[in-house]
Design a protein. Sequence first.
Lengths: 358, 116
Amino acid sequence: MISLEAIKNAVQSWLQLHIGGTLALVAESILLGILVITLFAVLGLLLVFMERKVSAVMQIRLGPNRVGPKGWLQTSADTLKLMLKEGLTPDGADRFLFNLAPFMIMIAAMLIMAPIAFAKNFQIWDINIGVLYISSVASISVIAILMAGWSSNNKYSLLGAMRSGAQIISYELSAGVAVITMIILTGSLSVNDIIASQENGWWIFKGHIPAIIAFIIFMIAVTAETNRAPFDLAEAESELTAGFHTEYSGMKFALFFLAEYINIFIVCAVAAILFLGGWMPLHIGNWQAFNHVMDYIPSSIWFFGKTFLLIGLIMWFRWTFPRLRIDQLLNLEWKYLLPISLLNMLLMTIVAILKWYL
Amino acid sequence: MGTIALLILTIAAIIFSAGGILVSRLFTKGSINTQKGQPYECGIPTTGTPWSQFHVGYYLYAIVFLLFDVELVFMYPWAVVVQKIGFPALIEMIFFIMILFIGFLYAHKKGALKWM
């Protein structure tokens, strides 16, 4: 059976054999760079297309269906169109910050990829504080958003960026507490250990009610953190034009748009790792036959399947709930989600200490 | 891959963004127009500067966020070892959260968490 791990090992040994030493490391680094760039481009195109198709299904219409078979080339055509547009900088803008912001947001999105395990033994960097690393790097994107809004010299941009900043830092708290709730169970911050601890059942099944509450809180918080509807106040079209990227055009706008979708992928991957077992196949107790069949499905398919399931959930939210007002949004976080998640964390501590989870 | 992965990822991100912007610059032709550089404001001429005072609420939320963010940083190492230590760690954490919650209640009482 071909797995990503086998391909990686084959490439590594081939490089060691034919090039060897330092040059092999350099070649590996270049390959890694090409791989992540390709992953970014493919994910961006795929997720934008998926968003449009999902919204079409929700509204009982066809969605994009002209460019390519069943509209599959629609997003490529959109990217091409954006590439042909002039990327202009407004007159009064802070030129340096204005041009730096798209780079910042892409670097932040790219750096979070490092500790995510895409398949069994297939990870860019097996860091022992993986989850802490993810939550710390994820907060860099707030700076990029504030930078973009502030430097645009536009009132809509500034308002959008301020709202976005307040919203992201608020919901980061309950997302962080939900993550800590799961770390109490696993006793490790390493992504590999967290996945390995779910071999005999995913945490959402093993962790009883506190894990389910933590999962719900985490999904709400990351929906808000990625500025998705119903929490898309930062770019509420009807009141703020496009929020912090009102003044961006052409490729710079495309980078913001891409980073938004990559962030959705990353938060869903983190949720899949923490609650749904990452690349672990679904096992039911001692039902050997079923477990063996599940083991035959490659681990990468499990990981991407779970991640895309959660992405579908977030896209479903968008067409189900109406947009909140800013005071309702902040009240939801500070008066409900944060106290509930803290109490839930203490409850989970009791469950973990008494070993009720096995 | 060790810490070098971070360097590679950063360079990959820069190449990806810069490549996109530079390639698009090859294909586009800029035209100069006095109206074009104006900030977008529904088509009417722009008045005043956006770099002015904004609502103090955002600032207060950021301060309260700081309170809980520091708490979170302390919680990460605690969460890793709490299963080994057991109930003493839980009681300590309850006290820690209570002390922080007093700060939160103070901010709430002062109206920092009320919009407008």
